[in-house]
Design a protein around this ligand. Sequence first.
Ligand code: HEC
Length: 720
Amino acid sequence: MSRRWGIALAGLLACGPGEHAPSPAFERARTQGSAAEREWRTYLGDRGVSHHSPLDQINRDTVTGLELAWSYDAGEASEYDVSQIQFNPLVVKGVLYGASPSLRLFALDAATGKELWSFRPDVDPNGWNPSRGVVYWEDGDDERLLFGAGPHLHAIDARTGVPVSGFGNGGRIDLREGLGRDVSGDLMGVVATTPGTLFEDLLILGGRVNEIEGAAPGHVRAFDVRTGEMRWIFHTIPQPGEPGHETWPEEAWKTAGGANAWAGISVDHERGLAFVPTGSATPDLYGGARAGNNLFANTLLALDARTGERRWHFQAVHHDIWDRDLPSPPNLVTLERNGVSIPAVAQLTKTGDTFLFHRETGEPIFPVREVPVQVPGLPGEVPAPSQPQPTRPPPFVRQQFSLDTVTDYSPEARAQVISRLENMRYGPLYGPASLEGTVSLPGLDGGAEWGGGAWDAETGLLFVNANDVPWVLRMVQLGEDTGSLSEQVAQGYLYLCGACHGLDMQGDAGAVPSLIDVDERLGLLELYRLIRDGRGRMPGLGGTLEWWQNAAITWWVYNARPEDVPANWAQSAGDSQRFGNAGYQKLLDANGLPGAEPPWGTLTALDLSAGRIRWQIPLGDYAQVREAGRSGLGAENYGGAVVTAGGLLFLAATPDERIRAFDKRTGEVLWEAELPASGFATPATYEANGRQFVVIAAGGGKLGRPSGSQYLAFALPETH
Ligand code: HEC
């Protein structure tokens, strides 16, 4: 073969069968890229989850000049108005990667917002599982995005948007496989919501699983980035012979679920350590069938990133019966103590605590006390006798609910909430769920949440945006399984619908509608189809229910009246020890505002070395509050902050459709802009063409706010 032909053939082969060359527009966008640390090449900034950027073109002095540089409408917001975008975009070599509400992955020119390519995964377009980001990996010409959508992890060519054929099965792997248990029958299985984290050629990954009985186990795995093969697995629900097995009933490992790492994993590359925060074991609020501390649920795990072997662990909640998952990816921080620099890891909790450990040894930086708790659980429940609490820093949210904590928003609101409390339980942090309802402050969505903390090494501050609203943990007693059809159908409602729509079918006065009188709004066939196909954040059950099971539930829901609903549950319950969750509900006043005194959401700067709160401010407002001409009361918020060398903290996350820039030293708001929908996501900041941008996905669709589909990038005006 002549040399010329040989070269031409080699060129063709390098492209590989079925793979394409990047477009000219893509190549042009690349010329605008910057050095890696001046872009945003990793979810939440870096593998230590700092949320930090060294950029300072936008700073305390210039920030007021920020204006919209470009916007990109990804389209596909759900026609039913509850889609979301929780995506933290990446920017690599001048190209921005994002995802639409229905998880279409796309590449944009980071300087202009022009679309370069797009990839649509095969997921239910009404899928209610968001994706929070994507992972970029490169080796020479091989540039990949590892993208979780539904139960699949995809490897996509970052230059073209085409699946990488050599990865898994035609470019993707199914996360429901390889767990040592068949989870295909489960409604949710395993879903990749938060992206994994790289260590060399391994992607270390957790996932979201169901919260009910029968959920998949949350084992943590590492996959080969090149082939998709599983390289190690760590059993978060230990098997016989593995440490921690003794903290469960003997056979529980075969059926127990949860203990999953859904919030994200951080990696200390130098030390070869992965820090993995896990969630509670399932079912969430009743642990009668899982007596014991339930290691490694609610645990910060330090694993050998190369092998998955456990180096140390810390369980933040023993035998969790409150759904107190570790909700945020751990921040790798450096503390100064007595003149010594300590490599530490900070773990935020839903209850508003910050646990700090030496990364190598797991030694707490501030002493952790086991606080005795005496809680009368439901029958058959054995609550843990003590729970860990850090001596410092102080909690960044309130940790108990009392009559003194009841809302003072207005005299009417106060009276409404006090009357709702008459038959409920409330008090300190560790009141277990009850048949009457137990108020938990903070609630099931934190405290801290998936947005996590932003770490600024320059000031030694960790910035945490948190929720501070009460929820009601309410259980219902289920009858012995007599097998009668009506009971089965009623229990079907409880398991499949009740957690969202409530035992009393009243919804949550916010995002989840009441089902009372649903017959006046929907026809029978419409209801049947809704249950089959889902809508917005309501999952379709078509793949789970036989048609006749759906028909039975449809008929039951259609005909149920408020007065006969409770009777269905009490029926033949006797002294059975089976309990179900009667819904994830907030304690609200008649305006739909939280039943505790404001502030209902805060932004806190924690001085980690000193273990102190440096400053704290209310964050955002609810629409009802603004409409009433008030402000500054704080609101629930979802999504994290970005901190910069320019002295700023960028944060959206609030239900008032705004993104703000705060002075990181004081918490003062220096700039804010209105968004087309709330930005329940973490922004990114990057440099392209020498210009600093701040980009946020405005997806709305939480806290009763309208959905949106735009990405908006802000920058200082171009000077020509
Ligand atoms: C994960 C939470 C969740 C579960 C589980 C769930 N739903 Fe829903 N449901 C919702 C949400 C959220 C909406 C509102 C959707 C929207 O705004 O489009 C909704 C809407 C509905 C509606 C429409 C109400 C109206 O007035 O238009 C009906 C009817 C309904 N659900 C019935 C059910 C039934 C029956 C089940 C169980 C088989 C069920 N849902 C399970 C969250 C859920």
